[in-house]
Every structure is written in structure tokens, then in C-alpha cells.
Design a protein around this ligand. Sequence first.
Ligand SMILES: NC(=O)c1ccc[n+]([C@@H]2O[C@H](COP(=O)([O-])OP(=O)(O)OC[C@H]3O[C@@H](n4cnc5c(N)ncnc54)[C@H](OP(=O)(O)O)[C@@H]3O)[C@@H](O)[C@H]2O)c1
Ligand SMILES: [Zn+2]
Ligand SMILES: [Zn+2]
Length: 348
Amino acid sequence: MSTTPSYAAHSSQSPLAHHLISRRSVGAKDVQIAIEYCGVCHTDIHHSRNDWGRANYPMVPGHEIVGKVTALGANAGHLKIGQQVAVGCFVNACRTCSSCQADMEQYCLNGFTATYNSPTKDPGGFTYGGYSKNIVVDQHFVLKIPDGLDPAGAAPLLCAGITTYSPLMHWGVKPGMTVGVIGLGGLGHMGVKLSHAMGAKTVMITSSANKAADAKRLGADAVLISSDAAAMQAMANQFDFLLNTIPVAHDFNQYMPLLKVDGTMCIVGAIGPTGELNSGPLIFGRRSVAGSLVGGIKETQDMLDFCGKHNITSDIELIKIIEINQAYERMIKSDVKYRFVIDMSSLS
Ligand SMILES: NC(=O)c1ccc[n+]([C@@H]2O[C@H](COP(=O)([O-])OP(=O)(O)OC[C@H]3O[C@@H](n4cnc5c(N)ncnc54)[C@H](OP(=O)(O)O)[C@@H]3O)[C@@H](O)[C@H]2O)c1
Ligand SMILES: [Zn+2]
Ligand SMILES: [Zn+2]
């Protein structure tokens, strides 16, 4: 067992603050990682403020982790000391159920162990995430960062990247298709970059008119302002696929008419119940509403390799750990371009 500094929430109302945690000893299958960078996901805010009613305190958020290997168990020999590696949203799963066998650990029928706030046999009883100096993770859940990718910019790929890559792949996004990405935040800006790299006509659908120029720079072919009723009407029946990243409850029905016949809107925002779904736009157009959760380990490695090949990283604002509470407030105001990443050398 070893002790490591972290930043933790101690209640739903208290700001995150310095806190010492214990990590388990490095077992045969384990990898110990010195964390260099950790991205800040909106999920970290939902969890630390107990938006979903299942917070366990003290909570150390963070599931966009990049660092270097510092110790290896006997059965983790495919990795090397000093290698640049990463950890995403979960650190264990049963590995025997049909989902795990199909490389979809995120849908483990016995429940995966999230990188933070999940019950564990580790010290503390709940997993502690990446707002910390080091972490010990089973080798199966450790990803490799392709050479040449900036490690700080790569950190958000571990959640924002895979959460957008997985549905784009699942719904077969390719040249000739028109894709709308709703919400230009951490997930949304990765969605735009990835959809563009997959060759689809990509439209940014935003509530913030002032983000239009940025959206085009990130790879959007066009920008649609969601509050502009006439523009929304003009784009009716144009989209094969919509990726909805809005992090608050809202009216889905506003977006459904944008879909073509047989089009799908995939929800990735973890927003809980969100009003009534009007059957009209679904049945007049055989449209679908779906959801998607991050991606499996194999798919996450595929995504990292795709990003390596296309030189895709996140547009980040690098912050010190003491700026984390201010970063949360700015994210709530949709004021981040487009992912905060914590430089972990600022934590001691
Ligand atoms: N399914 C999964 O596996 C998964 C994984 C990671 C995160 N998530 C969830 O995905 C959501 C997005 O996370 P994120 O980190 O991308 O958040 P984020 O960086 O805060 O971005 C969210 C964006 O949504 C738009 N938005 C915010 N409030 C809005 C409102 N009231 N009405 C309309 N649009 C609004 C804003 O974009 P514009 O200014 O462009 O409108 C904002 O920048 C969160 O709920 C998070 O928990 C899910
Ligand atoms: Zn996340
Ligand atoms: Zn399983």
C-alpha cells in the first residue's frame, strides 16, 4: 500500500480540496502509473455534486488519465517502465459475461468498476480517480498512447474521445452522411473532429452563437444555432445521425425533425429523465432515439490509434490543481475551450 496526494470532494457542497489517499500494492497483473495529466469531464461535476444520488465521499474524480509506467507486476510484462500509458472510465469488469466477452466491458452485465466512486476491495472501499499523483490499475484496463500525440491533449480522448468515437462507429458514420453534433463542449468538440475525420459532412448544433468560428476551425462544415427556429426548420430531414452531448435535461423533440427517415439521435449526456418524448417525429420518419456509454477497452485502443493516425487531440486549457473549482464553475457556464486538463505536476 502507498499514500498519494489527491484532490477530493468531501460533500456535494464543498469545493474540492487536498486529500491523502492510499493505493493498493502492485499485484501480479497490475501497472502503477505516475499521473501526468488528467482531463476534467462534466461527469466529474455530476458525481462530485451528487447529481445522481450515488456519491461516496471523500471522492477523487478523474477518468481521463495519462501518465508513465513506474512499476509492473509479473504478468504485465507487455508494458515497459517509463512507457506513456492511459486509463479511461473504468478499471475492472467481470470479463466473463456476454458483454465483456464481446469487448464491451462498459456494458458488463455484472457491473463494471468505474475509475472513481465505485465499490472496490482497494484501500478506502471506493475507487479513487485521476485527480491524484499515481494510480494502480489492472493491465487489461491500461491503454497505450500512440507515439507523437501530445500527452496533455490526448488525456480527454480517454472519455470525451471514446464517448463520441463509439457511437459514430456504431452508427456507421462515413463519407456521404450528414452528422449533427449537439453541444460544443468537451464531448462535442471531439465529436466534430472525429466525424470530420471519418469523412462525414459535419454540422455543429450549438446554443452559443459565439462558438461558430471555432466550430468551423475544429472541422464543422456548417453551424446551426439551436435557438434560430427558421434555421432549424430549414435543416429539417437533413441528418443521418445526431450526437446529443447536452449535459442538462432538455426537450429532445426540438431536434427530432432534423433527422432523415431512419435517422438516429444518440444521447450521451447523462441527464436522467428529460420530459416527454413525442411519438410524432419518431413514427413519421421511422426515427430512433438511442443512448451510448463510453466504449470498451479494445475500441478505446482503436480510437487512440485512429487519433494517432489522424493526429487528433483535444483542444485544451491546461490548469493547475488549485484551479479545479473555478474550472467546474466555468464548465457549468459552457465557458471552456474545450476541455480543461489538470497538469498533475502542480499537485504535491
Ligand atoms: N455517455 C457517456 O458515456 C458519457 C461520457 C462522458 C460524459 N458524459 C456526459 O455527457 C455530457 C456532456 O459532457 P461534457 O464533458 O462534454 O460537458 P461540457 O464540456 O460541459 O459541454 C456541454 C455542452 O453542452 C451545451 N450546453 C450546456 N448547457 C446547455 C443547455 N442548457 N442547453 C443546451 N445546450 C447546453 C454547451 O454547448 P453549446 O454552448 O455549444 O450549446 C456545452 O458546452 C455530460 O452530461 C456528461 O456527464 C456521458
Ligand atoms: Zn467522462
Ligand atoms: Zn462482464
